[in-house]
Design a protein around this ligand. Structure first.
Ligand SMILES: [Zn+2]
Length: 458
């Protein structure tokens, strides 16, 4: 009996190991090194990885899915957000930044409980997934709750604790310890939950104005020592530009460079206020820029000089920023705005073309996050993070001339039919497989009512 049981176990394990999913879409946009666009090819997936791309249908395949009129693209990457801020979306729009922050956002954030952050994050992740996002990078507090929501939803994420000794009036050492504690908690969680390949850590010093020089130097030194990447807001607004110049005699970028902070481990969100001489600093240090065009427009921060960054060979990734300042977690809308805003500003229709924008949401973002070995393109050996777009979900899917142009200028998130992360369907034919979105919606609504009551905001 015992022997037979062992044989049975071995057979089950073999089947699990060799279970192959085969997808046969009309078009695959690989975003690989040669930018291949493949027609009528097969993709084979085993153990969460892409193991086959070819014209011939391979042998095997326990799950074979024919996908006519569908395009498969690599999972989109939202390189900068504060996902749990779904709870504060639309709380006070069309207001000055300081009024918005001090009188509305901060009083609410002070009252957020760990559970609130979990459900706010889960709801936001649901929104990200339905717009084709398979990886996001986040910065917030109660960040371990966001990590739990990442584990439960099946998504992939780089998470950082928002460190700001100036805002919280703590010593740099104390603030750094909190970030380290989160790193340890995150490592324990990913080991316990088997989420090693879906959870990643980055330092998160909030900004040059939210952190003292001592704290920035602590993160820089530790990053040099350990190779840990650094996620920071940089040169977002004119007031930051002026404040830092007043305090240090330098612009925000010059200031960080003067303390040796800038390197190819730095992932800087916004970078709107850039002086001409600073493009070469960003390029030479290898800084990755995370571009948030909608948030920058809505909060009236300005328009980041992305065409000049691209001309200078600076790596640019695309991002939504938090849902309180966007107000959506929708990478299709972000791609559209990124593709048109710089054309209007430079009056050059050739600038920031559609293909470059899709790169900024896939392979360039993967490079920014230091994950391009695993994600960002459809290639054998990479993780199976895939988005299926059904071109029959609306009139804009026909006729198809140029798939890059169609995705960026014509389609929207309603064309996202299914999303696979790590070889697992997390969204299939428009339905979530891991998130109970109705229950989460109700919880978010209840949290909102409680916060409003407690904060006395009417
Ligand atoms: Zn931000």
């Amino acid at each position: 009996m015992c022997f037979l049981f062992v044989i049975l176990i071995v057979i089950v394990i073999e089947v699990m190991v060799f279970l192959m999913i085969l997808l046969h879409p009309e078009i695959i946009i690989t975003m690989d090194h040669d930018a291949r666009v493949l027609k009528n090819y097969w993709i084979g997936i085993e153990n969460g990885e892409i193991t086959y791309i070819g014209r011939e249908k391979p042998a095997g395949g326990e799950e074979v899915i024919e996908l006519p009129n569908r395009i498969i693209i690599p999972g989109l990457i939202d390189s900068h957000t504060h996902v749990a801020m779904t709870l504060l979306r639309g709380l006070k729009d069309d207001a000055d930044l300081m009024d918005w922050l001090q009188n509305y956002i901060l009083p609410m954030e002070m009252r957020l409980k760990p559970d609130d952050v979990y459900y706010g994050a889960l709801y936001g992740i649901g929104e990200l997934i339905s717009s084709g996002v398979t990886t996001f990078m986040d910065m917030y507090y109660h960040e371990i709750e966001i990590a739990k929501a990442v584990v439960d939803s099946g998504v992939r994420a780089v998470l950082s604790w928002g460190s700001a000794d100036v805002f919280f009036q703590r010593s740099p050492e104390e603030e750094f310890k909190i970030a380290k504690r989160f790193e340890q908690d995150l490592n324990a969680l990913k080991r316990n939950k088997g989420a090693e390949d879906r959870l990643f850590y980055a330092y998160g010093p909030h900004s040059p104005y939210g952190c003292t020089r001592e704290l920035l130097e602590l993160f820089k030194d530790k990053s040099n020592e350990t190779g840990t990447r650094i996620h920071i807001h940089l040169a977002e607004t004119e007031s930051e530009f002026k404040d830092i110049r007043e305090k240090t005699g330098k612009t925000p970028i010059e200031y960080l460079d003067s303390i040796g902070f800038l390197s190819d481990k730095v992932m800087a969100a916004h970078v709107v206020w850039v002086a001409e001489k600073e493009f070469s600093i960003l390029r030479e240090r290898g800084v990755h820029v995370l571009h948030n065009p909608i948030s920058n427009l809505k909060l009236a921060s300005g328009i980041a000089p992305i065409p000049k960054m691209l001309e200078n060979g600076i790596n640019v990734a695309l991002a939504t920023d938090g849902p309180a300042s966007n107000n959506r977690l929708d990478m299709f809308r972000e791609m559209h705005v990124a593709a048109i805003i710089h054309k209007g500003f430079t009056r050059d229709p050739k600038t920031v073309p559609a293909k470059t924008v899709l790169e900024m949401a896939t392979i360039r973002a993967a490079k920014a996050l230091g994950l391009d070995k695993y994600i960002g393109s459809i290639e054998v050996g990479k993780k199976a993070d895939l988005v299926v777009l059904n071109l029959r979900n609306g009139t804009q899917g026909t006729p198809l001339h140029d798939p890059y142009s169609m995705i960026v200028y014509s389609l929207d998130k309603s064309f996202v039919e299914s999303v696979m992360i790590n070889g697992e369907w997390v969204y299939f034919n428009g339905e979530y497989t891991k998130i109970d979105i109705e229950e989460t919606r109700e919880r978010v609504q209840n949290i909102r009512e409680r916060l409003m009551r407690e904060a006395g905001i009417t």
